[in-house]
Design a protein around this ligand. Structure first.
Ligand code: PHE
Length: 450
């Protein structure tokens, strides 16, 4: 690939970039996935490993990925091709970008299915269905939703249409506008819920579950899940942060942006976990009940709370918005590649990508009902297999190679150009990225293979 049309558009302000990147990071991964995988993996010890993975793997790769994007100045395959040329490295580095585009589309295919559950719950909450509902009926309600492929396909379609619509409007008119309203709202609602959770008797138990590690409950598989989730939740390893970085102008500090993004993302996940497990324990529900956890617990809390109808409806609206601000970032890398390298108009590019991922998403829809016992990777359903393949393999592998590129292929001069850090931090960061991050990823991989 030659050095082609660079990203020409840019974020209006640094805050707009942080909002968009945080909007990408904060999503179903925080509100839906983190609590349920923590429940499945026994709580505290898993959380501790996850926090370590965010700090030692996720954050360094996040900073590296934004750097690659800004310096590469284009969509992921093209950015890497540009950078490889600049550093006289192998031209095959562009395949790392392609791995990202593919991972993004695969993730999106199941992401809109789950976002669809959020849309369905928004309307149920709005119609007052959750007022005074018992934990048992919430659970029956959820089971009947996922047992019905038509209903799931319908909500999946709605979520996909909105995603395609926003992305087709472009960076400033679509992405930026959407996140500026959503992120502050999400925070306020989450704090209100935290207040509610703190008033329940089960809050202490929830706190204990999340923050007191019991290492006998941790497995190597759990460590792999925690590492994969660090990538998933920060949206790194697949090119989202790269393409967002390519719209970032030169005078913004990448390390500072990275710290903010990681901090906000982690806080949102921990607060969501505290809230959800308070409801779980207060109602004697099962912490390890899997992907349905969020949808089987929060309606109970809202049903009992005064003003629950209002807050519940608002909360599910925000789940949907948080999901959408991530969904749009999942197709942006591929959309910008089609636009910049293939000369396809943005609208057409997003429609093509939306259609392909929508069809694939029907497989995830069926994996909860008709294809429940059809297994793909190991004993995993199609949904579990896609999640495993992308989150636990493709993102960590992508992240590993990005770290290698920035730490080993780029020169010190190039790194200094992009990220000005005070001196001791500079060496510390470089060494983490050079040795600790790749080694940690490899160790987790190898242990899991054995
Ligand atoms: N970070 C998003 C979440 O936590 C998911 C995501 C992954 C978005 C990768 C973009 C890229 O829900």
């Amino acid at each position: 690939m030659s050095r082609l049309k660079l990203s020409t558009t840019s974020w209006t302000t640094q805050t707009a970039f942080i909002m968009a990147a945080t909007g990408s990071a904060v999503g179903l991964g925080n509100l839906w996935k983190f609590p349920y995988i923590t429940g499945e993996n026994g709580g505290g010890a898993f959380v501790l490993v996850y926090l370590l993975c965010v700090l030692l793997i996720g954050l360094p790769v996040l900073i590296a990925e934004i750097t690659l994007g800004r310096r590469g100045g284009a969509n992921p395959p093209q950015a890497l091709s540009n950078l490889a040329k600049e550093s006289k490295a192998s031209k095959w580095w562009w395949l790392l970008g392609l791995n990202g585009l593919l991972a993004g589309c695969l993730i999106l295919s199941f992401y809109t299915v789950i976002a669809g559950w959020g849309v369905a719950y928004f309307f149920e909450s709005l119609s007052g269905d959750f007022i005074n509902i018992s934990a048992k009926s919430v659970s029956t309600n959820f089971s009947s939703l996922i047992a019905n492929p038509w209903q799931l396909a319908f909500w999946h379609t709605v979520a996909m249409l909105i995603t395609v619509y926003i992305v087709s409007k472009g960076v400033k008119g679509g992405l930026e506008k959407a996140v500026n309203i959503m992120m502050p709202g999400l925070f306020i609602i989450l704090l209100i819920l935290l207040g509610y959770a703190a008033s329940t008797d089960a809050f202490a138990e929830s706190f204990h579950f999340l923050f007191y590690p019991d290492f006998s409950k941790l497995t190597w598989q759990g460590v792999l899940v925690a590492m994969g989730h660090a990538f998933f939740t920060l949206s790194v390893g697949m090119g989202t942060m790269m393409v967002y970085g390519s719209y970032l102008s030169k005078d913004y500090s990448i390390p500072r942006a990275g710290l903010w993004i990681a901090l906000i993302d982690t806080l949102v996940a921990l607060i969501a976990g505290l809230v959800i497990f308070s409801v779980v324990f207060a109602n004697h529900l099962h912490a390890g009940s899997g992907p349905g956890l969020l949808f089987q617990t929060l309606p109970v809390a809202f049903g009992k709370m005064s003003g629950g109808w209002f807050f519940g409806t608002l909360f599910f609206a925000l789940v949907v918005l948080a999901a959408l601000s991530s969904a749009i970032s999942l197709i942006e890398p591929a959309a910008s590649w089609l636009e910049q390298n293939w000369g396809i108009k943005r609208l057409k590019a997003t429609v093509i990508l939306g259609l392909l991922t929508w069809v694939l998403g029907l497989g995830t829809v069926l994996s909860f009902n008709e294809w429940k016992s059809v297994h793909f990777i190991g004993d995993r359903t199609l949904f579990d297999s896609l999640d495993f393949l992308t989150t636990n393999i493709m993102l960590p592998l992508g992240g590993l190679l990005m770290a290698v590129f920035v730490a080993w292929v780029m020169t010190q001069q190039q790194r200094d150009d992009e990220m000005e850090m005070p001196s001791p931090w500079k060496d510390f960061y470089r060494n983490v990225l050079k040795f600790i991050t790749p080694t940690a990823i490899l160790i987790v991989f190898i242990y899991n293979l054995l």
